[in-house]
Write a protein that binds this ligand. Structure first.
Ligand SMILES: [Zn+2]
Ligand SMILES: [Zn+2]
Length: 281
């Protein structure tokens, strides 16, 4: 069983990288790729643990690209994890994120909510700070009943404590991954919030920027979704990848390997990335 898309505490997952590798082994995974948001910090720890457990490991990341109206995430696999240009791009994104969090705190304080950045940092357990950690503190302090309510009332786009993110363009995201020798893959195409023609047009444009793969297997895809995206990938000579987008207890009901229950990522997905990496050697 394979899973090529998951998050640890290095971004917004709830399991530390080594623990995630153990969870993967327990779930029966033979192959795992860790794909934290905008960081490579967890890869060494996860790789060491996976290796000791006999689980094949691929270093990855997931870059949040500038895009409207939905979400565009670009997955990278097998890049040089010490590539200076890639690390500098990621540092830029993280600096912008560091400025964003104090602004969210100020907005929440202006709304009369008593919350500090220190409390949010404690909730993150030392990992990258994100809105799920704000949501957790708001829940723990009794301002909301659930994390989702924190997003709906305050933190989601269009809500009063939302602060825009600084992001890389799709082209820069792909270039950062490929510049470091990695394979660039468009994640969860349904989250683009486009109809079929819209997705096809975006994929075609991204192929022009160097896109090499499409995440055809995903936690909530129907068989019809998967078939449609496999056909689109074939049209453009893209490899297909897949994964659960597991975030631990932050997102209940999603399991490593099987996603929401239907997910089965075939071995060709892993092999496709390995082949692409050989081509670019
Ligand atoms: Zn994503
Ligand atoms: Zn993800």
């Amino acid at each position: 069983m394979l899973d090529m898309h998951m998050h640890s505490t290095s971004s917004d997952g709830t399991y530390a990288p080594a623990r995630l590798a153990r969870k993967a082994r327990e779930a029966g995974l033979t192959h795992m790729a860790l794909t934290d948001h905008d960081t490579v910090d967890g890869l060494a720890e996860a790789r060491a643990e996976a290796k000791s457990l006999g689980v094949a490991f691929l270093g990855g990341l997931e870059i949040s690209a500038e895009y409207q109206p939905g979400t565009m995430h670009i997955l990278g696999y097998g890049f040089r994890e010490d590539d200076p240009a890639l690390l500098e791009r990621l540092a830029e994104v993280q600096r912008a994120r560091a400025e964003r969090n104090p602004r969210i705190i100020r907005k929440l304080n202006d709304l009369g909510l008593d919350i500090t950045l220190e409390e949010v940092a404690a909730a993150s357990g030392g990992g990258l700070l994100g809105r799920p950690h704000f949501a957790q503190v708001l829940m723990e302090k009794g301002y909301v009943a659930t994390r989702q309510e924190a997003f709906d009332a305050y933190l989601a786009k269009g809500r009063p404590a939302y602060v825009d993110k600084v992001r890389l363009s799709p082209a820069d995201s792909i270039a950062a991954i490929r510049g470091a020798g990695g394979v660039a893959v468009l994640a969860h195409p349904l989250q683009l919030k486009q109809d079929d023609d819209g997705v096809a047009a975006i994929v075609e444009a991204l192929v022009g920027e160097g896109l090499q793969g499409l995440e055809c297997y995903y936690r909530n895809h129907t068989n019809g979704d998967t078939e449609k995206f496999l056909a689109l990938a074939r049209t453009h000579g893209l490899i297909a990848t897949g994964g659960s987008d597991f975030h631990g207890t932050n997102r209940p009901g999603i399991a490593l390997g099987t996603g929401e229950g239907r997910l089965r990522v075939p071995p060709e997905c892993w092999e496709g990335v390995v082949e692409k990496l050989k081509e670019s050697d």
